[in-house]
Ligand binder design. Structure first.
Ligand code: ADP
Ligand code: GLC
Length: 482
């Protein structure tokens, strides 16, 4: 089975969040199931630097509208995978974030940058392709590639089936009417049953409208997004397409995130497994020293690794952080995002030296140190399509404190369940409910027997990509059989 996996980021080279992790790991898991999967991504500087010998394999042209003629490069990943790098330097040879300029604003030509990515995905799946390798399935991810099914619908010569995976419904790829022509879409696509969305063009909606199948990244989120309350304006459309919509919980990269072999746990950090949980004490000390926290074994240490945005509910934590520290407890936060939230956490660290440490930045190594060193992980998301960090936490014996939403609800079981509990779950996205959950965790932590049971329950669960990959294979097969 030949599958083109189209994405706007891919770990470990270019990653702003979980989408990058998924694009880095799922195709490899699918290859292990015997599928021929190639990943199409823009040739960002980091990818060109990583694959200097990437070979030109095609020059798609006449793509329509104002879309330029890019070059497709092919590169081979050490694990045996193949990347198709979409090279058009005026679009992708920009430093920093794939979506934002240095001021934190969207690049003004994002509709063209990602429209081109989607258009080339559709081209590869069509009869126009000049590549000998032609996918039977074009698997798109989020708004950045979601226009592909619309191109496949409106342009002649389509051969492949299409699948859109929603990683986050909040990002809808909204642009104005003029984009329709710039992107080479026909005038008759402009209606509510086409790509128009409340007077604008939504790249995500286009995909949800025309994909042969839609998935999202957890079963609970799949239900939530079909409601008016949580459907972010797409609830009606998603209910209409309910028959082709399924939720498949993400896996995690279990080679990268394994406390027994984690390459980022170098001295003074140590590796450990479920049978050596006492080794985590050394990691806590190392983390405290590295981040300037008091070297205090008797206080519970809570940790956060997150985009600092409204979605993640970290403002709720900021609101009660002083109360949490007074429990007493310590807090460590790693994240970047909205200015006001970054500032709020900076201020907290400033006001509580030794008790609260904050790193504003993106730091893969510290993320591993936090998972391996804190006592409990805090993830109070308002909504969470899947969430990877709570799964890393479970695997690292770091019971997560989460709100019952999306993938968090599908992975974390409250300690009230004496047999299966692996963390702490609260219902309402309020500072009061979050505080109650954190206080419950702080109390439970004092009972080391109970705590270790929570830790071991989390560590015992299989979060690998094996099972999810099989679900995708089944879905692809069903699409081809239809
Ligand atoms: P989202 O994609 O919504 O941000 P996920 O939980 O799916 O949330 O994935 C987030 C990923 O990004 C995880 O791999 C997490 O470790 C990583 N991450 C987020 N913020 C940071 C940061 N500041 N430093 C390092 N890694 C981060
Ligand atoms: C999005 C979601 C997150 C999910 C990730 C990968 O960024 O916010 O919940 O884990 O995509 O699917």
């Amino acid at each position: 089975m030949k599958v083109l996996f189209a994405a706007s980021e891919i770990a470990p080279w270019v990653k702003t969040g979980g989408l990058g992790d998924v694009a880095g790991a799922l195709p490899a898991a699918l290859r292990q199931q015997g599928l021929d999967v190639r990943v199409l991504v823009p040739a960002y500087p980091a990818l060109k630097a990583a694959f200097p010998h990437a070979k030109e394999v095609a020059r798609p042209h006449w793509l329509g509208g104002l879309l330029p003629s890019p070059v497709l490069l092919q590169a081979h990943v050490p694990d045996g995978g193949t990347l198709l790098l979409l090279d058009y330097p005026p679009y992708y040879d920009r430093t920093g974030n794939p979506y934002l300029n240095a001021d934190g604003h969207d690049w003004l030509d994002n509709h063209l940058r990602f429209g081109l990515l989607a258009r080339v995905a559709a081209w590869l799946g069509s009869h126009s392709t000049t590549l000998a390798w032609r996918p039977q399935i074009v698997h798109c991810n989020d708004w950045q590639t979601s226009l592909a099914p619309a191109y496949m619908h409106y342009l002649p010569g389509n051969a492949a089936k299409s699948l859109v995976t929603v990683h986050n419904l909040a990002f809808q790829g909204l642009f104005d009417y003029a984009s329709l022509f710039e992107l080479g879409l026909p005038d008759n696509a402009w209606h509510p049953g086409g790509v128009e969305y409340y007077g604008r063009l939504s790249l995500l909606k286009a995909g949800l409208q025309f994909a042969d199948a839609i998935t999202t990244v957890s079963p609970t989120y799949a239900r939530e997004i079909q409601t008016d309350e949580e459907g972010m304006g797409m609830g009606g459309l998603l209910r209409h397409r309910a028959e082709v919509l399924t939720g498949i919980l993400n896996g995690i990269d279990t080679a990268q995130w394994d406390p027994e072999t984690d390459a980022m746990l170098r001295k003074p950090f140590t590796r450990y497994g479920a049978d050596r949980l006492e080794a985590r004490a050394a990691n806590k000390t190392a983390l405290q020293r590295l981040t300037g926290l008091e070297d205090e074994a008797g206080l519970p240490l809570f940790g956060v690794v997150s985009r600092l945005t409204h979605q993640k509910g970290v403002d709720l934590l900021a609101a009660i952080a002083a109360k949490v520290l007074a429990l007493p407890a310590q807090l460590i936060v790693l994240g970047t995002g909205e200015r006001e939230l970054e500032d709020a956490f900076r201020l907290l660290a400033h006001a509580h030296p030794g008790r609260c440490a904050v790193t504003v930045g993106f730091d893969e190594v510290q993320a591993h140190h936090i998972e391996a060193g804190v006592d409990a992980f805090v993830m109070p998301s308002r909504f969470e399509p899947c969430g990877l960090n709570q799964m890393y936490s479970l695997r690292y014996g770091t019971p997560p404190i989460v709100r019952a939403t999306g993938g968090l609800a599908d992975t974390v079981i409250d300690a009230a369940d004496a047999k299966r509990g692996n963390g702490f779950v609260f219902d309402e996205p309020t500072a009061a409910d979050l505080f109650a959950a954190i206080r419950r965790a702080a109390n439970a932590w004092k009972d080391q027997q109970l705590w270790q049971r929570l830790q071991r329950n989390g560590m015992a669960r299989d979060f690998s990509w094996d099972a999810p990959a099989l679900r995708y294979v089944e879905l692809y097969s069903a699409l081809l059989a239809a």
